[in-house]
Design a protein around this ligand. Structure first.
Ligand code: UN1
Length: 489
């Protein structure tokens, strides 16, 4: 291994009350490149509880003036911030790839997607936020209205380190809330670009506050602090549940986006080549580190061998390795403990009788690289068939009837996304009606999310209103009903 290299010299800072601040304690942490772990990609504030409190206080002070601005006035900042993000999109993508290992080709798309989310959300300024009803008495206006909540806390993960922060903060801000955003521990540099973009857009001080550091300090304070009116969380099931239980106990509104265990069903009449592409992308892009990644591929008997051969050939063709190479499709996983967890799950799956058709091991001495791994022969109650393993690992299963495929797909506790490849409209309608998933794909991969439609799971994959699109209005505002009687004279 080469000596440690520091790529970014100066400590990056928190953005609180419109100023760039180090942690009150002065503590920092180093972030390393998962492809070349000897390389330090940045040094960031290891924020403490008091930093979170300062951010909450700044957001509380900024709230009345921000809420009083017409939404179109708020939207003006979004346009400028979107321009600023687009101008630095390549830098955002490079930083994302360096600090959390997402292949550059996907990082580039995500950086641009963040700007698109801002532009979409700005348009909310011109959409209705209530409904007018017929009154039951004369001279009355009877209507509903949605009002901002106050200060909201956003706890975001490292795996979509700019898209998820932006898809939470954009609706929060456009509806008039102020925000304290905690960035994913493993990808702070990427998220700080959002703070920089809004700073360039001259967003009023305190409207958006951004902190780096650990969930156990910053996240915990957001959950517990009575100044926070709502928490939107994306992350793991156990942490999400404890966030929900603690926050709801103090009447704080909560939205959770948790794990998934997403099936891809390939029927005998499917376009097999397209299904192979979708399986590869869904299971292995971003090294399977998406909650929407494909975990099980259920293939109907008549095309099982053809699909299996096709996918194995696709795995051989796919370029794996250095994520900064724009042709690489599968890069490293985020850190050493993720690597160990995934390799552990692979070993247990072998122990449960699974056959490894491809991959199954670490393939780079330095980088946390696991080759795309495909299992076959696992029982439906094997760990890999039920639990989310957040890496480039998928299981292939054979099925005979549509009833059987849907039943087996539904037998997991998660319900985020699901896909079917078929030409049969009857099968599509059955699937759309019966599959236990919040995001349903027909003839496309399980991952991906358009910016203007709701996103969220059913069953154990989430809690509370869905995110994105108009669904976000429900979470980031409170509904009131107004009986407005006119004066008698
Ligand atoms: C996508 O598939 O593009 O954390 C979005 C996740 C999800 C987002 C997936 N909340 O992976």
């Amino acid at each position: 291994m080469s000596e440690s290299q520091t790529v970014i010299e100066a400590p990056a800072r928190n953005y609180i009350g419109g100023t760039w601040r180090e942690s009150a304690s002065g503590e920092t942490y180093e972030k390393r490149n998962p492809w070349r772990p000897s390389e330090i990609t940045g040094v960031f504030p290891a924020s403490a509880v008091e930093d979170a409190q300062a951010a909450i206080e700044a957001a509380r002070e900024a709230f009345p003036a921000w809420a009083a601005l017409p939404a179109a006035g708020r939207a003006a900042f979004f346009g400028k911030a979107a321009n600023a993000l687009e101008a630095r999109a390549e830098q955002v993508a490079q930083d994302m790839t360096a600090e959390m290992g997402k292949p550059l080709r996907e990082s580039r798309l995500e950086a641009l997607r963040a700007a698109t989310i801002l532009r979409y959300s700005a348009g909310e300024a011109w959409r209705p936020i209530g409904q007018l009803y017929e009154p039951s008495v004369p001279n009355q206006r009877l209507f509903t209205l949605r009002r901002p909540l106050g200060v909201v806390g956003l706890i975001t993960p490292w795996n979509f380190p700019i898209a998820i922060p932006v898809w939470k903060l954009a609706p929060a801000l456009i509806y008039g809330n102020t925000v304290v955003l905690k960035l994913g521990y493993e990808a702070p540099r990427t998220g700080l670009h959002v703070a920089e973009a809004f700073a360039e857009a001259c967003l009023p001080a305190g409207v958006l506050n951004v902190l780096t550091g650990a969930g156990s300090t910053v996240g915990a304070e957001l959950v517990r602090n009575p100044g926070i009116r709502a928490i939107s969380f994306t992350g793991s099931v156990p942490v999400g549940r404890s966030v929900r239980d603690e926050a709801t106990a103090r009447d704080c509104r909560v939205q959770l986006e948790l794990g998934g265990h997403n099936p891809l069903i390939v029927a005998a009449d499917a376009e097999v080549d397209r299904a192979v592409e979708a399986a590869y992308a869904g299971a292995f892009w971003s090294a399977g580190q998406k909650c929407t990644a494909t975990r099980r591929i259920l293939v109907q008997e008549a095309v099982y061998d053809e699909f299996r051969d096709g996918l194995l050939a696709r795995i051989v063709r796919g370029k794996v390795g250095d994520p900064s190479d724009p042709e690489v499709e599968v890069g490293p996983v985020v850190n050493e403990s993720a690597l160990d967890d995934i390799l552990g799950a692979i070993a247990r799956a072998r122990g449960e009788g699974g056959d490894v058709l491809a991959g199954g091991e670490r393939t780079d001495e330095d980088g946390y690289l696991i080759a795309p791994t495909l299992f076959e022969g696992l029982a439906d109650d094997a760990e890999l068939s039920c639990e989310e393993v957040f890496g480039p690992v998928a299981a292939l299963c054979r099925y005979s009837t549509l009833d059987e495929a849907i039943e087996r797909a539904n037998a997991v506790r998660f319900g985020l996304s699901a896909s079917i490849f078929t030409r049969d409209l009857y099968a599509v309608q059955r699937f759309t009606q019966e599959i236990g998933a919040g995001i349903i794909h027909v003839n496309s991969q399980t991952a991906g999310a358009d910016v203007h439609v709701p996103f969220g799971g059913v069953k154990g994959s989430g809690w509370g209103p869905h995110e994105q699109g108009r669904a976000a209005l429900e979470f980031y505002t409170e509904a009131v009903t107004v009986y407005q009687d006119a004066p008698l004279a």
